[in-house]
Write a protein that binds this ligand. Structure first.
Ligand SMILES: Nc1ncnc2c1ncn2[C@@H]1O[C@H](COP(=O)(O)OP(=O)(O)O)[C@@H](O)[C@H]1O
Ligand SMILES: O=C(OP(=O)(O)O)[C@H](O)COP(=O)(O)O
Length: 484
């Protein structure tokens, strides 16, 4: 178990912790104390959707969305809100050919069976809305990263599940442009759905070639982008096509992702905690720096903590360390302190004598990692302390596992966080799972349905959390700007 006495190398953190007004958590925690709980939030992302995410984000009007972004601290910013498919009337849609970019990039097994249909299910609300309003729906997606036409990346395996979920027979095209596709589009009835073949079978897609985008656009009257997972790519079907199709609007899934990953994160119900884990600090620098601007409490776990430990002079054995990021780790600790964010590092870790599922393991304090051993999970005292910190919050965002959760022996910390978030979610805390491996962890524990939001995009959610703007979103029409 963890030692209750922090090592002398943590004297700075210990001292500040002792004088912290935020003394909710264990005194032994390695922390930068928080003095900020209800500070104004800088609104840095120009694309704003709702932050009051408890109610139906899909049905709110543009003005209410804009107003909700204008919470405390936004100082009269005119937020740019993207037009949504929900803003189109039945008259806008009836009989119209609608090009809908979805992300059906799902995992398939060796027999071409879908092993996780989350993205297919997530695409359904927009498609159903279009069907119910008498539109002719043309679906476009990529699958994998094919180089030219590659049968194993065909979208054929998607047809049965899509048809089942939509309750109608989806027609499949063998191509995504050309005369045969045009014939199929011409024969589509109102409320019919046509699935185009993998748009990445053309290299012009990823090159965002205007002529190719124009050909895709020529199939339809208007454009809906609901492919959140691919919104960070400026490709022909996600960005280029908007130059030839008006209106170009956001689908319900894209809108919901932005509501949570931008709206709820920029203007959270406080206290707001961010949990960041994963393998390396280098891949999460942008996320940590961006979240430090917004959160009250930052919990760190995963492989990156050993770089923080080493930066503080601790021995980390053979744990994962990025030697060239030691100064960065120290500067992030300093930034947290300067911003009044309570940054919590685990006080104990589960160590292993090798990187393997059957490794020998034991729990030691953060200051007690022997040579030849590596930290692969956070320890029980840290779980307890993290839980106590999370108990104080009203909004939580989580990105990255707390340990090597792929090995059962080292999945305990990650699963404990998943369970804690599920528990808090059921008590009204807004819980957002920001894509990547933390989604896999939440699904493994079987608590996915309880969370407020689980992102369908790994790379896209990471970029949003870093404060970047996504080309697939930027390209969409703006709703009428409202001064707030
Ligand atoms: N202590 C650790 N040592 C080595 N790898 C770790 C450790 N903790 C977590 N990881 C690994 O980090 C990986 C996930 O990291 P990353 O890709 O950055 O997160 P995400 O996919 O959530 O964005 C997982 O494969 C996990 O095994
Ligand atoms: O699966 C996807 O991204 P993700 O693995 O980051 O969640 C998207 O479909 C984007 O795919 P890409 O990374 O091949 O452009």
């Amino acid at each position: 178990m963890a030692s209750s006495t922090a090592p002398t190398t943590f004297s700075l953190l210990k001292t500040t912790a002792a004088s912290s007004s935020a003394s909710r958590t264990s005194a032994s925690l390695l922390r930068v104390p928080s003095t900020r709980v209800q500070n104004p939030v800088p609104l840095r992302h120009s694309i704003g959707f709702a932050s009051s995410v408890g109610d139906s984000v899909l049905s709110r009007s543009v003005s209410s969305r804009v107003r909700s972004v204008s919470g405390k601290g936004s100082r009269g910013v005119v937020s740019m809100v993207k037009k949504s498919v929900g803003d189109l009337t039945a008259a806008d849609l009836k009989g119209k050919k609608v090009f809908v970019r979805v992300d059906l990039n799902v995992p398939l097994d060796e027999n071409q069976n879908i092993t996780d249909d989350t993205r297919v299910r997530a695409a359904v609300p927009t498609i159903k809305h279009l069907i119910q309003n008498g539109a002719k729906v043309i679906l476009s997606s990529h699958l994998g990263r094919p180089k030219g036409v590659t049968p194993k990346f065909s979208l054929v395996p998607l047809v049965p599940r899509l048809s089942e979920l939509l309750g109608i027979q989806v027609v499949k095209a063998d191509d995504c442009i050309g005369p045969e596709v045009e014939k199929l589009v011409a024969s589509l009835p109102e409320g019919g759905v046509l699935l185009l073949e993998n748009v990445r079978f053309y290299k012009e897609e990823e090159k965002n070639e205007p002529e190719f985008a124009k050909k895709l656009a020529s199939l339809a009257d208007l454009y809906v982008n609901d492919a959140f997972g691919t919104a960070h790519r400026a490709h022909a079907s996600t960005e280029g096509v908007t130059k030839f199709l008006k209106p170009s609007v956001a689908g319900f899934l894209l809108q919901k992702e932005l509501d949570y990953l931008v709206g709820a994160v920029s203007n959270p119900k406080r206290p707001f905690a961010a949990i960041v884990g994963g393998s390396k600090v280098s891949s999460k620098i942008g996320v940590i720096e961006s979240l430090l601007e917004k959160c009250d409490i930052l919990l760190l776990g995963g492989g990156m903590i050993f770089t923080f430990y080493k930066a503080q002079g601790l021995s980390v054995g053979s744990s994962l360390v990025e030697e060239d990021k030691l100064d960065l780790a120290t500067s992030l600790l300093g930034k947290a302190k300067a911003k009044g964010v309570s940054l919590l590092l685990p006080t104990d870790v589960v160590i292993a004598d090798k990187f393997a599922p059957d490794a020998n393991s034991k729990v030691v304090p953060a200051s007690g990692i022997p040579d030849g051993w590596m930290g692969l999970d956070i320890g029980p005292e840290s779980v307890k302390t993290f839980n106590e910190a999370l108990d104080t919050t009203k909004t939580i965002i989580w990105n990255g596992p707390m340990g090597v959760f792929e090995f059962d022996k080292f999945a305990v910390g990650t699963e404990a966080v998943a369970k804690k978030l599920a528990d808090l979610s059921s008590k009204g805390v807004t819980t957002i799972i920001g894509g990547g491996d933390s989604v896999a962890a939440v699904e493994k524990v079987g608590v996915a349905s309880v969370m407020s939001h689980i992102s369908t995009g790994g790379g896209a959610s990471l970029e949003l959390l870093e404060g970047k703007e996504l080309p697939g979103v930027l390209a969409l029409d703006e709703a009428t700007p409202v001064a707030v």
